[in-house]
Design a protein around this ligand. Structure first.
Ligand SMILES: Cc1cc2nc3c(=O)[nH]c(=O)nc-3n(C[C@H](O)[C@H](O)[C@H](O)COP(=O)(O)OP(=O)(O)OC[C@H]3O[C@@H](n4cnc5c(N)ncnc54)[C@H](O)[C@@H]3O)c2cc1C
Length: 502
């Protein structure tokens, strides 16, 4: 009898377990995917493998003051689980929601924590993935075997945030903390705080620190668009008042948010100046009628080219009006003992500096992949809908939306993968692979996303590491258009020329 791959790679004494499907990651994607698999393919055995000690992913990693969503939870929540709180939610509320999904569906017994995947090896002889893991103490963990890998490992490195290497950082006598690796004992009471960055994280941490700090300065290289709005849904409140049940409220309010988002998306492209005027008007309601937008709040790109930072109840602008927060647009020249010297020659005095400078992209959780003896270089693969990849069989990746809520795609991909698994079972196939049909062989292989479509720093820095898209065909790219995909993905012909089974 030939030796299986798992027997070859498994260190002596390490256990091996076998499942139909392995889900990698217990963040909002992994929990949603587990729900879909559990409910749509009840005969499939599966576990969710998670390197952390807890579920939640992003919502477990980020612990800075005020941490909250910037999408409404009617769309950032799942299609199947009603959201009942205020639209913009704290990380505690999101974790409580995820906890309910786990408990209500008996998913806890399927999650294996403190299990970090180090290598996934596909064998076409066995039609199996062999998945090697590490325990929290670094020792080799259980080896797993499965037929299908469902990657829900997110898109960034949870351990190493993006922190530019500014000159003189070591000279700074105050505290420098990255928002992603927050120190819960950081004392900023009565101190001068500089927050570097102007995205959603900065816009969250700044108002949350403003009342305790002496002053908070937002230091940005360039301005961002902000969308200020009360953190409530009048429609949801009204429907609840007249006795409509939670499921219906969730469905209807979700449709309203999707409709509004679609209009905003379209109008941002067609009439960006008018949209900006409207965003300004909303800001004035919190910052005051005479609020000066130049030079710190007039972005050079069009609205929606980067994620619009939502400011619930305009809190950051209220703090600006109260004089507790100010903005500076400049570049860091170097750190000094007392703060930051800027390229303009000005100096910002600081006791505490918070780097809200974003993420490092991490493709597939940093896991080494090998297919039939050859290491996978993701940048050499081509993506089918940002979900599957040429040359990598029996694997799907959940990469959500940037402009719309990430989780909308968790539900769409969940339905797709479950349908694909069922289709394979019906055909008696153990392997599915994506291949570019001969008719498209001459289409150009282009970067994952075009930079005039969506261009946040973490994507642009590492675009070359990501798989390629094929021309501008919607099925051969991650096209960021929920409305198109909501029609196209469920209608996919699984016997189309791009799917190969055996
Ligand atoms: C502060 C903050 C706020 C955000 N707010 C929003 C928002 O409002 N709306 C929105 O759409 N998006 C938002 N995002 C983007 C957000 O990251 C995603 O929407 C979503 O939470 C990602 O979920 P995920 O489960 O795919 O990935 P993650 O949350 O990154 O979870 C991935 C999980 O996989 C695990 N994992 C990774 N690699 C391995 C491995 N090798 N072995 C085992 N386990 C592994 C990780 O430990 C982690 O638990 C926000 C991001 C941040 C940082």
């Amino acid at each position: 009898m030939s030796t299986s791959l798992a027997e070859k790679v498994r260190p002596a004494g390490v256990a091996c377990e076998e499942f139909d499907v392995l889900i990698i990651g217990a963040g909002i994607s992994g929990i949603g995917s587990a729900y879909h698999l559990h409910t749509q393919c009840p005969d499939k055995s599966f576990v969710v493998l998670e390197s952390k000690a807890r579920f939640g992913g992003t919502w477990d990693t980020h612990t800075y003051p005020g941490v909250r969503s910037d999408s409404d939870l009617y769309t950032f929540g799942y299609r199947f689980k009603p959201w009942v709180g205020p639209p913009i939610a704290t990380s505690q509320a999101i974790k409580a929601y995820l906890n309910d999904v786990i408990e209500e569906n008996g998913l806890d017994s399927h999650i294996r924590y403190q299990t970090e995947i180090s290598r996934c090896t596909w064998s076409s002889e066995e039609n199996r993935w062999t998945v090697e893991t590490r325990n929290a103490d670094g020792t080799p963990g259980t080896t797993y075997r499965c037929n299908f890998l469902w990657m829900c490992s997110g898109y960034y490195d949870h351990k190493n945030p993006h922190l530019p290497d500014w000159p003189g950082m070591a000279d700074f006598k105050g505290r420098l903390v990255h928002a992603q690796t927050w120190d819960k004992d950081l004392d900023y009471k009565g101190k001068n705080v500089v927050v570097i960055g102007s995205g959603a994280t900065a816009a969250t941490v700044i108002p949350a620190m403003a009342d305790d700090a002496a002053h908070v300065t937002m230091l940005q290289r360039s301005p961002t668009y902000f969308f200020c709005y009360p953190n409530k849904s009048e429609l949801a409140d009204r429907l609840r008042l007249i006795g409509v049940d939670d499921e219906t409220v969730h469905r209807v309010v979700r449709l309203e948010y999707l409709h509004n988002l679609k209009m905003l998306d379209r109008r941002s492209r067609e009439e960006p100046e008018i949209v900006f005027d409207e965003l300004k008007e909303l800001i004035r309601q919190y910052a005051g009628e005479d609020f000066e937008f130049e030079p710190h709040f007039t972005p050079s790109y069009r609205p929606w080219q980067q994620r619009l930072a939502f400011i619930p109840d305009g809190d950051m602008f209220t703090k600006i009006r109260e004089g507790k927060v100010s903005a500076v647009t400049d570049r860091i020249d170097h750190f000094t003992a007392d703060g930051i010297k800027l390229e303009s020659g000005d100096e910002l005095k600081a006791d505490v500096v918070i780097a809200a400078t974003g993420f490092n992209l991490l493709m597939m959780g940093g896991i080494e992949f090998v297919v039939d003896g050859k290491p996978v270089d993701w940048s050499q693969t081509t993506t089918y809908r940002g979900m599957m990849f040429t040359g990598v069989p029996n694997l799907a990746w959940v990469f959500g939306y940037f402009r719309a809520a990430w989780t909308l795609r968790v539900d769409l991909v969940g339905d797709f993968v479950c349908r694909l698994l069922q289709h394979m079972a019906d055909k008696g196939a153990s392997k599915v692979e994506i291949a570019i049909p001969p008719a498209l062989a001459n289409e150009p292989k282009l970067p994952w996303i075009e930079d005039d479509n969506f261009n946040p720093g973490y994507l642009m820095r590492d675009l070359a590491k990501l798989p390629k898209r094929l021309g501008d065909r919607s099925e051969w790219r991650h096209n960021q258009n929920y409305w198109l995909e909501a029609e196209e993905i469920p209608a996919t012909d699984l016997d189309g020329p791009e799917f190969r089974y055996n």
